[in-house]
Design a protein around this ligand. Structure first.
Ligand SMILES: NC(=O)c1ccc[n+]([C@@H]2O[C@H](COP(=O)([O-])OP(=O)(O)OC[C@H]3O[C@@H](n4cnc5c(N)ncnc54)[C@H](O)[C@@H]3O)[C@@H](O)[C@H]2O)c1
Ligand SMILES: O=C(O)CC[C@@H](O)C(=O)O
Length: 387
C-alpha cells in the first residue's frame, strides 16, 4: 500500500489513475509521494516516508531539488504536458498587446445603459485600434516544449520568427518549422524583433536575464511577453523601459505589486497551464511517473536523478538505492549482497550530475541487516525494497 499527498488541487482524472493500492493522506509526513503544482516547498521539512515528489507542470523552482536529492527524494516534472495551454495564452497575449481588446470590452461594458450604444461604438472605436501581428518579427528565447510550439504557431500566423536556445534538445529542433531563423545571439533577437517572448526555466543563470542592458538593445516600442517566471525579468528596469517608450507593452502571467494594475502591463494570474486539458495531462503524467517509480523503481522525467528503467521486476526481489555519484559505490553494494549470499540477477546504475541511482534485481530476499549495511555506506541517501 502507498500513500500520496496533494499540496495543490490535482486533476481527478490523474488521481483516478492510482490503483486501489493507493490512498490519499492529509499528512505529508506519512506520504510516500507528494503531488504539487505551484506550492512553495523550500521551507518544508520532509519526513523519511517521502520517496518522490511529482510537479504537475514544468517549472521546479518551487521545489528544493538539490536538497531533495541529498535526502534521496526523487523529483519529477511533466515535460511538455501543459505546453499547448501556455502556447495558446502566449498567442492571446500577443493579440491583446496589439489590439486594445481589453480597453474596448471595458468601454462597451461602461456604456451598457445607453440606447445609442451602437452609434457611440462606431464613433469611439478608433481609440481602441491597433496593429496586426502578421508580418511582424517575433523573437523566442528558449525553444523547449513551449517555445517551439509558440514558434510554429506564430509562423502560421504570418510572423517572421527568430529563435534563440543554445541548449536546444534534438527533439525540439526536429519539431521546429524550417522557416524559423536560428539566432546565435540574444543581441540579434533584441535588435531585430518587434515581439519578444521568453520560455526558459528560472535558474541562477537566467534570473533577471532581461535587464537594463537587454532593454537598451531592443527596438523602440517592443512588446515583451513573459509566461515563464517573473524573476526572469528585472521588472524595475522594465518599468523604466515602459516609461521611456522603449517597451510598448509587457504581458506577464505573474502578478506582483509592481506590475498589477500598471499602465502598459497586462497581467494574468498564472493562467498559462490552467486549462482542463493541461491540468489533466500534467496530472496523468505525474501519476504515471510516481506509480512506475513506487511500484517498479523506474525513473522517467526526474529533474534530480537519472532516468533508469528495468521494467517490471520478474526476479525474487528488487532494491533501489539513491546515492552520490562517487567511485566505489557498486563494489560496496555487491560486496554487502555477496556477503549475505544473495545473487544479483540484474542491475542498472545511472548517474546525473552529483547524484546516482542503482536498481538491483535479486535471486533471493535480502535481510534487514544487509539493508542497514547498504544504508550505512557513505554517500547513500536512500535504500528501498521495491519488491
Ligand atoms: N505560465 C505557466 O503556467 C507556465 C506553464 C508551463 C511552464 N512555465 C514556465 O515556462 C518554462 C519553460 O517551459 P517548457 O515546458 O518550455 O520547458 P522546457 O524545459 O521544455 O524548455 C526550456 C528551454 O529553455 C532552454 N534554455 C535554458 N536556458 C536558456 C538560456 N539561458 N537561453 C536560452 N534558452 C535556454 C532549454 O534549452 C530548453 O530548450 C518553465 O520552466 C516554467 O518556468 C510556465
Ligand atoms: O500549475 C500551474 O498552474 C502552473 C504550472 C507552470 O507554472 C509550470 O511551470 O508548469
Amino acid at each position: 500500500m502507498f500513500q500520496y499527498h496533494c499540496l495543490n488541487p490535482i486533476a481527478e482524472r490523474g488521481l483516478n489513475m492510482f490503483s486501489e493500492d493507493y490512498t490519499k493522506t492529509e499528512n505529508i509526513n506519512e506520504a510516500d509521494a507528494v503531488l504539487v503544482r505551484s506550492a512553495r516547498m523550500h521551507d518544508m521539512e520532509l519526513g523519511d516516508s517521502v520517496k518522490a515528489i511529482a510537479r504537475a507542470g514544468a517549472g521546479v523552482n518551487n521545489i528544493p531539488v538539490d536538497a531533495c536529492a541529498e535526502q534521496g527524494i526523487v523529483v519529477f516534472n511533466t515535460p511538455g504536458a501543459n505546453a499547448n495551454g501556455v502556447k495558446e495564452l502566449v498567442i492571446a497575449g500577443m493579440l491583446l498587446a496589439s489590439r486594445d481588446i481589453v480597453g474596448g470590452i471595458e468601454w462597451v461594458a461602461g456604456q451598457k445603459d445607453k440606447e445609442n450604444i451602437d452609434k457611440l461604438a462606431e464613433k469611439q472605436k478608433k481609440q481602441f485600434a491597433g496593429c496586426e501581428i502578421s508580418g511582424k518579427k517575433l523573437g523566442i528565447i528558449g525553444l523547449g516544449a513551449i517555445g517551439a510550439m509558440v514558434a510554429n504557431s506564430a509562423t502560421h500566423l504570418g510572423m517572421e520568427v527568430y529563435g534563440y536556445d543554445p541548449y536546444i534538445s534534438i527533439d525540439a529542433a526536429w519539431n521546429l518549422s524550417r522557416t524559423i531563423k536560428h539566432s546565435k545571439s540574444l543581441d540579434e533577437i533584441y535588435s531585430q524583433c518587434d515581439y519578444i517572448t521568453i520560455h526558459v526555466p528560472l535558474l541562477d543563470s537566467t534570473r533577471k536575464m532581461i535587464n537594463k542592458e537587454a532593454f537598451d538593445k531592443m527596438k523602440d516600442g517592443v512588446v515583451l511577453l513573459n509566461f515563464a517566471r517573473d524573476l526572469l525579468v528585472d521588472e524595475e528596469a522594465l518599468i523604466n523601459a515602459l516609461e521611456s517608450g522603449k517597451v510598448k507593452k509587457y504581458v506577464t502571467d505573474f502578478a506582483n505589486p509592481l506590475v498589477a494594475g500598471r499602465e502598459g502591463i497586462l497581467v494574468t494570474p498564472h493562467l498559462g497551464a490552467s486549462t482542463e486539458e493541461s491540468e489533466e495531462n500534467c496530472a496523468e503524467m505525474a501519476v504515471k511517473e510516481l506509480r512506475n517509480f513506487l511500484e517498479n523503481g523506474n525513473i522517467k522525467n526526474s529533474v534530480n536523478f537519472p532516468n533508469c528503467d528495468m521494467g517490471i521486476c520478474v526476479a525474487v526481489g528488487r532494491i533501489a538505492i539513491c546515492h552520490k555519484n562517487i567511485p566505489n559505490m557498486i563494489s560496496q553494494f555487491t560486496k554487502i549482497l555477496g556477503g549475505e549470499g544473495v545473487n544479483i540477477a540484474d542491475m542498472t546504475n545511472k548517474s546525473k550530475g552529483e547524484y546516482a541511482y542503482t536498481l538491483i534485481d535479486l535471486e533471493s530476499t535480502v535481510s534487514r541487516e544487509a539493508l542497514e549495511e547498504l544504508r550505512a555506506v557513505e554517500g547513500v541517501s536512500k535504500v528501498r525494497v521495491v519488491k
